[in-house]
Design a protein around this ligand. Structure first.
Ligand SMILES: [Zn+2]
Length: 397
């Protein structure tokens, strides 16, 4: 199962077996009943405390069911819990249970995991109505049990059967996230195939020679982020101004991440709609992480590994999103009944797409020129090689 999320009043689809899961994230201008319910929710987390104590005393965990069974009693004692829908409480317990289960599993494997953290107010960022307790009315109100109705703006109705409703906070913004299951839409089969070279200069170069460019706002946001980060570094630890600066940095990151996801969703949708087969290079793990890790050589010294070459770009922003892009293509293609192939990236930029001879190039050489008469952009040449490798894979299958 592949997951993805997008902010704004937008539909997001992601693969879930045969049917698709569609998610609608609606920004809320107001906080649900101030932040009282939210506080209440954070307040129900002493249940986590209880489990920790049990673990310390007898070295064993209380189960989700133990705690869920206690909910009515807990509600008797703690009035504020009565204001929270029981399914929401159960969801909180379920999340805590998951955290504890993985904690114990890691213990059994002999690892030393971090103890599940008590999440105080401000840390718990969402709560979910897993089945009931919420409804969507015809006049565009989301009614949440024990919280009330919130007017929302839907740009188009959510298709399919609504399964869950999550209230989510990102920074200072609140969202309602509705998840629905819809039948997957198969696209007609297509013989059109494309090879795609992913890069830093162009986000992607297609085997037809066209390119997908990184949106311009990356650069703008990059500058803004740099400014905010510098300002943050000048602030005194623990100060009010520092807290404000931290918020600004987080805001910028969030904005860029959302814009990037938006860009990746749109472009992957176009590709899947156009081509029956999409061929990518397999990404090296270092390309998927935010920053390439330094690799020690035999003598223990660190070798350059391209980190410096990429230093001109703020990786936290550009982070290219290649892995995510491939993932979006895979899930959209799976739902549409189309194909995404991955080929070995070895020497795709060195081999001539015209005659197959190897033309060694440094990273700086942007042009591929061969005695056979093939003259083209380095990345275009690579994209053609990627397509060829994909086609030969298809032929041999
Ligand atoms: Zn050639």
């Amino acid at each position: 199962m592949l997951e993805s999320r997008m902010l704004g009043n937008q539909h997001v689809r992601f693969g879930w077996g045969q049917s698709e899961k569609e998610q609608l994230m609606i920004p809320l201008g107001i906080q649900p009943s101030g932040s009282k319910n939210y506080r209440n929710l954070a307040g129900c987390l002493p249940n986590l405390q209880e489990r920790r104590d049990a673990y310390r005393l007898v070295g064993k965990s209380i189960t989700y069911y133990d705690q869920a069974n206690q909910l009515p009693e807990i509600k008797e004692i703690r009035e504020e819990y009565r204001e929270i829908h029981s399914q929401v409480l159960q969801d909180v317990l379920r999340k805590a249970d998951k955290a504890f289960k993985s904690f114990f599993t890691r213990c059994q494997r002999g690892a030393t995991p971090g103890y599940p953290r008590y999440k105080g107010r401000g840390q718990y960022e969402s709560f979910t109505y897993p089945q009931v307790g919420f409804s969507l009315t015809h006049d565009n109100q989301v009614c949440l049990s024990k919280i009330g109705s919130i007017k929302v703006k839907l740009h188009r109705p959510l298709e399919g059967k609504v399964k869950t409703c999550t209230i989510k906070r990102e920074g200072e913004h609140w969202y309602v996230v509705l998840t629905a299951l819809v039948e997957a839409e198969k696209l007609p089969t297509s013989d059109e195939a494309v090879g795609i070279d992913l890069g830093l200069l162009h986000f992607a170069t297609l085997s037809d020679g066209s390119t997908l460019e990184n949106p311009r706002y990356y650069r703008q946001a990059e500058k803004r982020l740099q400014k905010h980060q510098q300002s943050l570094s000048r602030k005194k630890r623990g100060s009010h101004r520092r807290r404000k600066a931290v918020k600004k940095v987080a805001q910028t990151h969030r904005k860029v991440r959302n814009q990037r996801q938006d860009f990746l969703h749109k472009e992957s949708r176009k590709l899947v709609n156009t081509y029956g087969t999409i061929v990518f290079e397999e990404l090296a793990p270092s390309h998927m992480s935010r920053r390439p890790k330094p690799k020690p050589d035999e003598t223990g010294k660190y070798l350059p590994n391209g980190a410096a070459a990429k230093a001109g770009l703020n990786k936290s922003i550009v982070d290219a999103g290649w892995g995510q892009f491939q993932q979006y293509c895979v899930s959209k293609a799976a739902n549409a009944g189309r194909q995404v192939l991955f080929v070995n990236p070895k020497s795709t930029s060195q081999v001539c797409s015209g005659c197959g001879t190897v033309k060694k190039k440094t990273l700086e050489e942007r042009w591929h020129s061969c005695e056979c008469g093939t003259e083209l952009d380095r990345d275009h040449n690579a994209a053609l090689n990627i397509l060829r490798l994909g086609r030969s894979r298809q032929a041999s299958a």
